[in-house]
Write a protein that binds this ligand. Structure first.
Ligand SMILES: Cc1cc2nc3c(=O)[nH]c(=O)nc-3n(C[C@H](O)[C@H](O)[C@H](O)COP(=O)(O)OP(=O)(O)OC[C@H]3O[C@@H](n4cnc5c(N)ncnc54)[C@H](O)[C@@H]3O)c2cc1C
Length: 426
């Protein structure tokens, strides 16, 4: 792993591409660039505060007790569609491709992560990884300077693959007692599902896959759990209709509206099956005798001697030992990273701060209409990639366009000047 500090003690280095974020999106893009362009690991720096690829994803999956992915076995970090299947077959792990009713098989979490590690090793991706946090970015004549906690990089291109941000949703009724350790958010790093020994009832609040997953995990460990959801639980196999995987559908149904427009934002919101759980998880919930369900909206929560007094909007109340919030993230468009990059580089933001991207290239447009040096993958690219943008398959869609553009632009030409393989050599 190499930081920006050079052997000569310099803390600035020029490179072709800086990718911020080494989650599923940053990793998949880096692999695609190495596999399909003339860029080498020397030309790419992947800046992430976690020292390992996919660390943030793995931590969240473990925190909610997820054992299998929701998405199918062809969705992973390699550009080769059947790479994960071949990986499983070659290691006698086909049984970890879990058969799923009316849906293709899904990989176990451990198979998905082991395959990702295999791909990372195959492309020596850790040679490009810099354990640091991006703190700032400024415009240069031929790109940007990316400031990090351990030094800076000059780069022709910057790719933001920063995920959903780190602002988790706390309902208004929870804010006044947020410091109380009887309320936690499932994504708080301090919270762990192995706290199975706790006594009293845990109220898990949320109606989506994370809430269902963490509630069953706790109940299976013997914790008294009630899953509290505002409306009836709805099921869906995936996060959006699979037609949204197809660029032609995205272009027809989303790109028909102006970039950054309210119509685009609303089209994506309506197409996402947010707050749904997959049928296999509903089966688990229903089969779990220790798990109670309560449909209702919480009005207030007050600390009392032996726990928390929860009052519902229908006038009923109950006392629980603790509350675990599985209420999701705040909007990624309002994250501090997105706001900082947009303001430093004068980038255009649309309705509700959606980054305004060029649909063909995923370049974030400047306010004056010019292209910037910034590309976007993941949740921040939803206005162009559509409702599957934040998912594993969204990394594939975004990666295709970003890699094609970097190949065509001077990023690769520059790499050729500095000794990288030329496209013509391939
Ligand atoms: C528990 C869980 C299960 C999921 N299961 C599925 C599934 O089965 N199928 C599917 O398609 N989708 C799934 N998703 C949705 C989605 O695929 C994941 O959220 C995925 O992790 C998104 O990848 P990402 O790279 O965009 O974000 P992340 O995994 O969050 O990675 C972003 C990275 O950026 C880094 N970063 C952010 N800001 C900075 C900064 N300023 N400087 C340096 N680094 C920074 C973070 O440290 C992090 O490592 C799931 C999500 C969760 C939470």
């Amino acid at each position: 792993m190499e930081g920006p500090m050079t052997k000569d003690g310099e803390t600035h280095r020029d490179t072709a591409v800086v990718i911020v974020g080494c989650g599923i999106h940053g990793t998949a893009l880096a692999v695609r660039l190495l596999a399909e362009t003339a860029l080498t690991t020397d030309d790419i720096r992947i800046v992430d505060e976690h020292g390992e690829p996919l660390a943030a994803f793995e931590a969240k999956a473990r925190q909610c007790g997820m054992e299998t992915l929701r998405s199918t076995y062809v969705q992973h970090v390699s550009p080769e569609p059947f790479s994960l299947e071949s990986f499983a077959e070659g290691r006698d792990r086909e049984q970890e491709l879990v058969p799923t009713r009316n849906y293709p098989p899904r990989p176990t979490l451990s198979l998905f992560l082991d395959h990702a590690q295999f791909v990372v090793n195959r492309y020596d991706l850790t040679d490009s990884l810099v354990e640091a946090r991006m703190t700032d970015v400024t415009r240069q004549d031929d790109g940007v300077t990316v400031e990090t906690t351990t030094g800076s990089f000059g780069a022709h291109s910057l790719v933001l693959a920063v995920g959903m941000g780190d602002q988790y949703t706390w309902p208004a009724w929870a804010e006044s007692i947020s410091a109380d350790d009887r309320i936690s958010h499932v994504w708080d790093e301090s919270w762990s599902p192995t706290e199975a020994g706790i006594s009293g009832e845990t109220l898990v609040v949320g109606g989506g896959i994370t809430a269902g997953q963490v509630a069953t995990t706790l109940a299976e460990q013997g914790v008294a759990v009630t899953l509290c959801h505002r409306t009836a639980i709805e099921t869906a196999e995936s996060e959006a209709d699979p037609c949204w995987i197809n660029w032609r559908h995205i272009e027809r149904e989303l790109h028909c509206y102006p970039p950054g427009s309210e119509q685009r934002y609303r089209t994506v919101q309506q197409a996402r099956y947010d707050g749904t759980i997959p049928p296999y998880l509903l089966d688990d919930i229903e089969a779990c005798n220790q798990l109670q369900r309560r449909c209702g909206t919480i009005e207030t929560v007050a600390p009392i001697t032996d726990g928390l007094l929860v009052r519902f909007c229908d006038g009923t109340s109950r006392t629980v030992a603790r509350i675990l919030l599985a209420t999701g993230f705040e909007s990624p468009f309002d994250s501090s990273v997105a706001a900082r990059v947009a303001s430093e580089l004068d980038l255009e933001r649309g309705y509700r701060n959606v980054p305004v991207l060029d649909d063909e290239t995923l370049v974030w447009r400047c306010q004056d209409g010019d292209d910037s040096a910034v590309y976007v993958s993941g949740a921040l690219a939803e206005g162009t990639v559509g409702p599957i943008a934040r998912n594993v398959v969204g990394a594939k869609r975004a990666g295709e366009r970003i890699a094609a553009t970097l190949t065509a632009r001077k990023t690769v030409a520059s790499s050729q000047r500095t000794g990288g393989r030329s496209v013509a050599d391939d």
